[in-house]
Write a protein that binds this ligand. Structure first.
Ligand SMILES: Cc1cc2nc3c(=O)[nH]c(=O)nc-3n(C[C@H](O)[C@H](O)[C@H](O)COP(=O)(O)OP(=O)(O)OC[C@H]3O[C@@H](n4cnc5c(N)ncnc54)[C@H](O)[C@@H]3O)c2cc1C
Length: 391
């Protein structure tokens, strides 16, 4: 099947896809299982990723990036996602939740200090939104931001922060007035060595994304200059939403990659494996499962590419991104479960990457807004504001 013909992908975007596929094959595939088994985050892999020009691929050339389209960004995430969820997850955070706010809002000195290093993979960033009592409900944040002369003082606690233990710089969200909920949020850049910042690995072993780093971060009287604020006063929610828009699209595209990997593995295996004297794919139930996997893969792909193309046209794509994240992550998770089933006991072992895709994909339906929350966002878009009963 000619993928480019099917999806109308031009040569420049295809070249980015090839570059990502090569990187995934040469650098990620050989170490993915070992890093997962050892639950080890690899800074070397991040540096290689940056050196290959893939972290900043979609950053404008004027800002030191590769100037690639959003569609190319999705193709990169897809290729990485086809091989490993942890490094693809790193990209969603570093590019979407950290570099995007830098591009949109960083005051010039911070931009000069950090942006090039973040793009090169020489510096690592983290984005601190989630708290023990505020996950989906960002307006319920309890981290406080208090002005003190030319500084602000941050007190609070964050959980599940990707890159939190290895980050050089953290973007920290908190509230200047909790009664204002999302309208009281602000975002501050906090270098990792700032006094009062403590971090530790999350307790327990994660189901998936084991080669990612997840931290519990505590802020006790953390003092940074007021000039470290990203975005306008009380404008933190907008900063978070712009970053999440980019991140969610990356997550959806990564899910397409994992889905594709599961589908292709099943296609090959159900052609080769024989039972009862036949290819197992020729049993109706197995063939139908393969067909369903292909249909849902194509649906996810079309939604993700559509969302990316809207962004490339400069159009608002928030609702389509939510639809793409919802559909692609849920469909990929179903496909991974089915892939394990179709491989029989082989699929149950990490000799094959299917069970790792399955474990990683569960998280894709949770972070950057759960599937429930994507439905909430979509319903809001579809219904619009309640104007009250008609006279
Ligand atoms: C691997 C991983 C990496 C992560 N990385 C980061 C990171 O880098 N930075 C960061 O800040 N956070 C990160 N998170 C946290 C993640 O964003 C949150 O876990 C997520 O937003 C959900 O919040 P919660 O876990 O508190 O669940 P809750 O918000 O408590 O939700 C619990 C359940 O209730 C449902 N629910 C909640 N509200 C509604 C509603 N209005 N309607 C319907 N259902 C609802 C949810 O969908 C969910 O099923 C990460 C999480 C994981 C697993």
């Amino acid at each position: 099947m000619d993928m480019d013909h099917e999806f109308d992908i031009g040569p420049e975007d295809a070249a980015w896809r090839e570059r990502a596929a090569r990187f995934a094959a040469d650098h990620v595939a050989p170490v993915a299982r070992e890093l997962d088994r050892e639950a080890r985050f690899s800074k070397d892999l991040v540096r290689a990723f940056g050196a290959a020009g893939l972290i900043g691929a979609t950053v404008p050339e004027a800002d030191g990036g590769g100037g690639a389209s959003y569609l190319a960004g999705c193709l990169i995430a897809e290729e990485l996602g086809a091989v490993d969820g942890s490094i693809r997850g790193f990209l969603a955070v570093q590019r979407g939740l950290v570099i995007q706010p830098f591009l949109d809002h960083a005051p010039p000195p911070h931009r000069e200090r950090w942006l090039a290093d973040l793009i090169a993979g020489e510096a690592i960033g983290a984005c601190c939104l989630t708290e023990p009592e505020a996950g989906s409900d960002l307006g319920g944040m309890r981290t406080t931001i208090r002005e003190d002369g030319d500084d602000v003082v941050i007190d609070g606690e964050k959980v599940w922060i990707t890159n939190g233990n290895v980050a050089d710089v953290l973007l920290v969200f908190g509230s200047v007035d909790p009664s204002l909920r999302t309208r009281g949020l602000e975002c501050y850049l906090v270098p990792a060595d700032t006094p009062g910042l403590r971090r530790e690995p999350m307790p327990g072993q994660d189901l998936g994304h084991r080669a990612s780093d997840h931290a519990h971060v505590v802020f006790e009287g953390v003092r940074v200059p007021r000039a470290n604020r990203f975005g306008p006063a009380k404008g933190g929610y907008g900063v978070a939403m712009a970053g999440l828009g980019d991140g969610r699209l990356n997550v959806a595209a990564g899910a397409v990659g994992a889905h594709r990997a599961c589908f292709e593995a099943c296609q090959a295996f159900t052609r080769e494996r024989r039972q009862f004297g036949k290819r197992i794919g020729d049993f109706q139930q197995v063939g139908a499962a393969l067909a369903d996997m292909y249909v849902s893969l194509t649906q996810s792909r079309l939604l993700v590419y559509h969302a990316a193309r809207l962004a490339d046209l400069g159009k608002d794509n928030a609702a389509v991104v939510s639809a793409a994240k919802l559909a692609a992550t849920e469909a990929a998770l179903d496909a991974a479960k089915q892939a394990i089933q179709l491989h029989g006991s082989r699929g149950y072992s990490d000799e094959l990457p299917l069970e790792r895709h399955y474990r990683d994909l569960v998280a894709l339906t949770i972070y950057e807004g759960t599937s429930h929350i994507q439905r909430v966002i979509l319903a809001r878009h579809l219904l619009g504001k309640d104007e009250g009963p008609k006279e």
